[in-house]
Design a protein around this ligand. Structure first.
Ligand code: AMP
Ligand code: MN
Ligand code: MN
Length: 336
């Protein structure tokens, strides 16, 4: 899709102080896209603050080597500190729920809001949406902005964007990986992104806690519907016992769909503040975004999520019922 970047160019032309933010529990696409967007804006002489509602997982600290880019909303930064911001750029999300404790602040942001995103699901965020649901990552969109606005792919920007694209394509394995994806990556490597170093930073700096949590999560893998569905749970006690931190569960849902014959995989994670986060993945075309929407969440066709109130057991039950229904409506109806 050819994106018209004129509205963003106009804002850059007329405003100076930008706020960049992204979703709760940020992933590589969220943080890498912020690095790219901050680089673009700074090249244009803009004053940029990147303020996120979640702390940066240690896995992504290489994106902000001196710790000066990502700021934390609620502890280090409060709304009053952002009173001078003229434009809010919101990356890699289209749902209020994905802004967590920053939603209220964004709702009352007085200046223009711009959402740059690739998710299917969409709330009315009162924003200008620059959206391509066919894009493999928000990072691809930011890369197109860098080119359209005549900015340079510095090494730093290229590193952020390669991380963004790599993580949202499952390191170039998922069906959203296309020839254009790899062409973009080639360009980022030419611009100075060190793909081997990025891989090591992302995948070869596990903590013992994360590896132990992985082991426990695999041990507890359950199947349903004769093996068409697989799921696992992570409780607060699991985190404590293994010495893992909440962010360590990133990607672990991938194990569920790695089992032969599995069409739908789920990972349920008990949240510190109550409720359960569920990640959904499909390998048979089932629309996870639609399924997640019925649970109050959203996402993409093959990958979506939702945060549910209540206890683990009741939520596993509830989501399993919804998945069975989606996979096999006739049988489920016959069984009552
Ligand atoms: P996750 O399972 O958290 O890895 O999320 C898979 C995809 O669904 C990501 O693109 C998320 O941004 C999206 N997603 C997860 N939870 C939600 C939610 N509550 N609302 C909207 N989108 C979500
Ligand atoms: Mn994301
Ligand atoms: Mn994304």
């Amino acid at each position: 899709m050819i994106i018209d970047w004129t509205p963003l160019a106009d804002l850059i032309e007329t405003r100076d102080r930008f706020l960049v933010t992204t979703h709760v529990r940020p992933d590589g696409d969220a943080l890498g896209s912020e690095v790219g967007m901050a680089g673009l804006l700074r090249q244009k002489g803009k004053d940029v603050r990147v303020v996120n509602v979640s702390h940066t997982p240690p896995r992504y600290d290489f994106l902000d080597p001196d710790g000066s880019l990502f700021e934390h909303f609620g502890t280090a930064v409060h709304p009053a500190d952002l009173a001078d911001r003229e434009v809010a750029l919101i990356l890699d999300l289209s749902a209020w729920s994905q802004l967590g404790d920053m939603a209220e602040y964004v709702r009352s942001f007085p200046g223009p809001r711009v959402v740059i995103d690739h998710h299917l699901s969409q709330d009315d965020l009162g924003a200008l949406f620059i959206k391509d649901t066919a894009a493999e990552a928000t990072g691809i969109l930011v890369m197109s902005a860098v080119a359209a606005l005549g900015a340079a792919l510095t090494r730093e920007v290229a590193t952020g964007l390669l991380t963004a694209i790599a993580m949202d394509t499952g390191w170039f394995r998922h069906t959203n990986t296309r020839p254009g994806t790899l062409r973009a990556v080639a360009e980022l490597i030419e611009a100075g992104a060190d793909i081997a170093a990025i891989y090591r930073d992302l995948f070869e700096r596990n903590t013992l806690g994360r590896l132990r949590l992985m082991g426990e999560t695999l041990s507890g893998l359950q199947t349903d519907m004769g093996g068409r569905v697989a799921y696992a749970t992570i409780s607060r006690a699991d985190l404590e016992r293994t010495g893992a931190i909440p962010q360590d569960s990133e990607d672990m849902v991938d194990f569920t769909v790695s089992l032969r014959g599995v069409e739908v995989g789920m990972l349920f994670i008990e949240q510190a503040r109550g409720g359960v986060k569920v990640s959904l993945r499909s390998r048979n075309g089932l629309d996870c975004a639609q399924l997640a929407a019925t649970l109050g969440g959203g996402g993409h066709r093959a990958a979506a999520g939702a945060t549910l109130p209540g206890e683990m057991a009741e939520n596993v039950d509830r989501v399993l019922r919804a998945v069975r229904q989606a996979l096999d409506p006739a049988t489920v109806a016959a069984q009552g």
